[in-house]
Design a protein around this ligand. Structure first.
Ligand code: MLT
Length: 398
């Protein structure tokens, strides 16, 4: 715990927001910071949850603990609707209370003696749980922890590492579409990743929490679209950004049958043991909601419409920063826009924007040393607030 360099990124930002609001009590702060959904959940989903909840008050409808791994109907819906023709079955799927919690459970499975690689920049949960597990040495001045391989993913290398120069690690955390850069890896890039992991005997933990933001049919939404991936990859994902469930809490992990340790034993069997020991299963109410998102075309269309609204906001953000002459990335396949401020420290840019516009962003360096000089701007807010934030940013930055 002592090695952790800073507090966790998002509570740190909340503290700065509170301090700012105290300093300017009348300021109308707009958050384009943490990726927290704001759109109401479609009623086809909430009514299913409400009906199930009311039935819990009746002797016939009451249900207690469910399977730790989650309801079979939901596991089956995920296998069929999210992973069609990818060889994933309901037995490979573990329902959870969110991808972040699965990261922690996976780290518990891996233990302290593994080596890990992460994209730089990337979602801070992989590194911080690794530090908490004791996988790392102390951080250097730039914040790099000894023992972690940081795979630089920058505009200069098309946001994909040169794997020929990356040393072997036991585990590779890879998030696509990437949080924070918004870059979605191509089929060829993921093929390289799978081949690299296979050659090295590494496990890839592929985080697809933002896959529903991918536009068009060219880019893969799951690692399992790549042949051979079931033998090297675990996929974690979430209903948070796909269905607005950040508060409801629901996610899943896929640990395929084919994923084996070097001695031929099953990774899924051990993960099952970890899950059964540390978790009593996701909320049954949330699971009913998850099923309502997937089982009918009406449900699937309802969540697509919500994602579409955030994607419209992303367009507004990209257009605004482009008009300001900024170097802007992401946005097309992700709810995040990644903006470069050359020669500036990202916490300084974050602070100046907050001070002058009352808009919350996220400093790029919070996602790793490779994020220095960037800020991440999120599309998770109402259209009206995003437009207002863009007007304020334009008058400050123009
Ligand atoms: C983010 O803002 O990067 C994430 O959405 C926060 C989270 O999922 O924990």
């Amino acid at each position: 715990m002592e090695k952790l360099r800073n507090g966790y990124l998002f509570p740190e930002i909340s503290m700065r927001r509170e301090a700012h609001q105290k300093k300017y009590p009348d300021a109308k702060v707009i958050s384009l910071g943490i990726g927290d959904t704001t759109e109401p959940i479609p009623s086809i989903i909430t009514s299913a949850m409400a009906e199930y909840s009311l039935a819990l008050s009746t002797p016939e409808g009451y249900q207690g603990y469910g399977p730790e791994k989650g309801q079979k109907s939901l596991r089956k819906a995920i296998a069929e609707k999210i992973y069609p023709n990818m060889g994933i079955t309901d037995t490979d799927v573990f329902i959870s209370d969110g991808a972040q919690c699965d990261i922690a459970r996976l780290q518990m499975l891996f233990g302290r003696d593994v080596t890990i690689a992460v994209q730089d920049p990337t979602f801070p949960g992989y590194v911080d749980t690794g530090v908490i597990m004791g996988q790392t040495g102390a951080p250097d001045e730039s914040g790099r922890y000894a023992g972690i391989e940081y795979m630089r993913c920058a505009p200069e290398n098309a946001f994909f590492p040169d794997l020929a120069t990356v040393p072997r690690t036991d585990v590779i955390f890879f998030c696509s579409p990437n949080n924070p850069t918004g870059h979605a890896a191509s089929r060829d890039q993921l093929r390289q990743l799978v081949d690299f992991a296979r050659g090295n005997g590494s496990i890839v933990v592929f985080d697809s929490a933002y896959s529903s933001y991918v536009s068009g049919d060219q880019l893969p939404r799951s690692i399992y679209e790549i042949p051979g991936a079931r033998e090297v990859a675990i996929e974690i994902s979430s209903f948070s950004k796909f269905a607005g469930f950040t508060g409801v809490r629901l996610g899943w992990a896929v640990v395929p049958d084919e994923l084996l340790y070097a001695d031929g034993t099953s990774v899924a069997r051990d993960f099952d043991r970890v899950v059964c020991t540390t978790f009593n299963g996701a909320s049954s109410v949330a699971q009913v909601g998850g099923l309502a998102c997937l089982e009918t075309e009406e449900g699937r269309e309802a969540v697509r419409r919500v994602v579409g609204k955030y994607k419209e906001n992303t367009r507004v953000l990209v257009d605004t920063f482009t008009a300001l002459g900024k170097e802007v990335y992401g946005g097309d396949d992700s709810p995040y826009v990644w903006v470069r401020f050359p020669g500036q420290r990202s916490w300084d840019v974050f602070g100046e924007i907050l001070e002058k516009t009352h808009v919350i962003t996220v400093p790029g360096s919070g996602f790793g040393p490779g994020g220095e000089g960037f800020i991440r701007v999120s599309a998770f807010n109402s259209k009206e607030k995003v437009v207002e934030a863009c007007a304020r940013l334009t008058s400050f930055l123009a």
